[in-house]
Design a protein around this ligand. Structure first.
Ligand code: AKB
Length: 324
């Protein structure tokens, strides 16, 4: 079911939005997409762009009315590592922002809403491997707490207000086009840039810290496939588990060394280690597979080849450094 009507992407300048907006423009036409963010984009979007602070509910409503928005992707959030530096603001932005979007969507009869959840909803008491869709969830980071509360709100608004809201529990997202902003899984993006620029990387997690990860192309395809799925197939209105790949810093560095044999890695774990240790290693995404045919495409080898090739073509890196 392709989306009809105009689409607003809030938090468009973030890691996900930077790649989602051009994808939506290509799929539905640039004239149907409005990108919004609290800051101006570094490079222009193919769509219209508006400045928006999601804490300003009045402006949000004005934009939705002005552009006759039917579908909203609300991506603005403070992530796990940044959230620990200012937990009160993480709560405010993540929760008040979500409330504003939910209420405005209901008030203005927006047809569909996408809101991202995260593996951060899980905590130390959650089963670590093949984490089930439904299980014990006791997150210990402020980000995780807001995401779990957000999931409950989403289901509440679906049941009580009939809002067609859909959500994914994203693993660590790895994209080559935009920098991640303040997450615990950010090392998996930084490592590629440092490998190309300096030939070495100091990792803030221990070598054997296994986490669920996903290449951006898979994440965007999952998002749009979920949004286009027949509502009758959507059995989860909190948020779906989706699995891409699982690896540790030691494993991704070995994968990089296959192509850049001189690459070296050192380890200096910081406060983010504790956050990572509280998260699962892999997720059971059977429900997403059964409901809307979810299947990931990228494994660690394809990720490494794609990312390094992109950086090779888009940054001034001597070709001889790549060994493929
Ligand atoms: C983070 O590390 O905070 C995010 C996430 C897993 O949601 N990438």
């Amino acid at each position: 079911m392709r989306q009809s009507g105009n689409i607003l992407v809030i938090g468009a300048c973030g890691q996900l939005g930077t790649e989602l907006v051009p994808y939506l423009c290509a799929r539905y036409g640039s004239h149907k997409i409005i990108a919004a963010d609290i800051q101006k984009p570094l490079a222009p979007f193919p769509s219209d762009f508006v400045l928006l602070d999601v804490l300003d509910k009045q402006s949000l409503g004005k934009i939705i009315k002005q552009y006759d928005i039917q579908v909203v992707y609300h991506l603005a959030a403070i992530l796990s590592a940044k959230g620990e530096q200012d937990p009160a603001f993480a709560w405010k932005l993540n929760m008040d922002g979500l409330f504003h979007v939910l209420d405005t969507c209901v008030e203005l009869q927006v047809k569909q809403l996408f809101w991202p959840s995260s593996i951060a909803v899980f905590g130390p008491t959650t089963p670590k491997t093949m984490t089930p869709q439904r299980c014990v969830m006791e997150p210990t980071s402020m980000y995780g707490i807001t995401k779990l509360a957000g999931e409950r709100l989403c289901e509440y608004y679906f049941q009580k207000k009939n809002l067609d809201i859909r959500s994914l529990r994203y693993p660590g997202l790895i994209g080559c086009k935009a920098a991640p902003g303040g997450g615990t899984t950010d090392y998996a993006v930084e490592i590629f840039h440092h490998a190309i620029l300096y030939g070495t990387y100091q990792c803030f997690l221990e070598p054997d810290t296994y986490l669920p990860m996903m290449y951006m192309d898979d994440a965007i395809r999952a998002t749009v496939e979920l949004m286009e799925a027949d509502p009758k197939c959507i059995s989860i209105r909190s948020s779906y588990n989706i699995q891409g790949m699982t690896f540790s810093p030691a494993e991704i560095s070995k994968s990089i060394q296959q192509l850049l044999p001189e690459f070296t890695i050192t380890y200096q774990p910081d406060f983010r280690q504790q956050i990572a240790d509280s998260w699962p290693k892999s997720l059971d995404d059977t429900t997403a597979q059964e409901d809307w045919n979810w299947k990931s495409d990228f494994d660690i080898t394809k990720l490494t080849q794609t990312f390094l090739q992109y950086l090779q073509q888009n940054q001034p890196t001597p070709i001889s450094k790549l060994n493929n």
